[in-house]
Design a binder for this molecule. Sequence first.
Ligand code: NAD
Ligand code: MG
Length: 386
Amino acid sequence: MSKSVTILGATGSIGTSALDLIERDPGGFTVSAVTAAGNVAALAAIARRTKARLAVIADDRLLPELTERLAGSDCSAAAGDQALSEAASGEADLVIAAIVGCAGLKPAMAAVEAGRTVALANKEALVTAGVLMTEAASRASATILPIDSEHNAIFQCISGARLEDISRIILTASGGPFRTASAAAIRSATPRQAVAHPNWSMGAKISVDSATMMNKGLELIEAHYLFGLPSERIDIVVHPQSVVHSLVEFIDGSVLAQLGAPDMRIPIAFALAWPKRMATPAERLDLAALARLDFEAPDSERFPALRLARSALEAGGAAPTVLNAANEVAVERFLAGAIGFPDIARIVEDSLGRDNSPAPQSIDDVIAIDQATRQRAAGLIEESCS
Ligand code: NAD
Ligand code: MG
């Protein structure tokens, strides 16, 4: 029996890798719905190629063009936020949540609330609304399968284990493009240098997050919500080769790790085939050729985002929402050339310092805190530019 799959963010880096695997196994999968932000030509091409039943473009001004491009196919066209959430909650055996940022929160929540099996790449959704999303998943008996390579590794290592038998999780971090750079070089880093990741090819936002190491900070919070461990039992170690994707230490001193080539198709395939496995074209590990694997402690002096994310996790309440929203605004402004690289962490820190929102009780509360933080962060950026 083939599995039906909906892909939210089908035109992105994760969406493209998921489609690559799905299209290599035409008997194994059918595509249900596909969505994108604004790339209507790419979305229509994907929908036609995969014979999807529904294509949704987030920008509703593009609905006429999408409709026209799908004319004569069996695929319906829709647009806007409501349609995105309907696509997410519609019938499918698996929903891949691969929109970037808080923009993916409502669709991801719609899939969770509909009790779907959700393959989650969109870490920002879980960071910004972790308590609400995990509660909704248990209410609706939805399964969340992490696609983020570190969390996928942990998921594989703890399969069948009791929470009380786990002493800690160790998240590996590549260290990003500035791992060995001096503090002075990091201060003057350009967007082009920041998106040039040494091991992974990814979307622009996560590439900048890897350069600031906010990505690992977001992943720390993501791990807390996915696996239920407190901050002090989640460690971070820098591992420049990105071969060991993360580790779990048990109370008896055993440590299990998951290894593999740095190719996102491996964790995506795990989620696609779960609870089985499927073949992938990913490169196989040649340990003798690799010869060595290196590990080092992270440096929160050069990469203050690590410290900010940990303090947001420990503060709880609205802090992870504020951290995420301020970071999204700052990364966008950095990519646009409006602010410098160190301003990203500074804006996140100032935003956290100025917020006194109560803990969000609903997704609407999360969105309100997110919006207020975006406005405040934009104000901070303007102040510093004027
Ligand atoms: P990307 O920028 O390549 O793609 C993002 C996708 O989301 C695109 O399809 C885009 O059209 C859609 N999108 C963007 N803004 C939207 C909006 N406002 N409304 C609706 N759709 C919107 O990003 P990516 O690298 O594929 O990352 C996607 C998610 O996966 C991110 O949360 C990222 O942190 C996570 N992730 C990515 C990788 C990776 O290797 N790329 C690894 C781990 C986790
Ligand atoms: Mg990751």
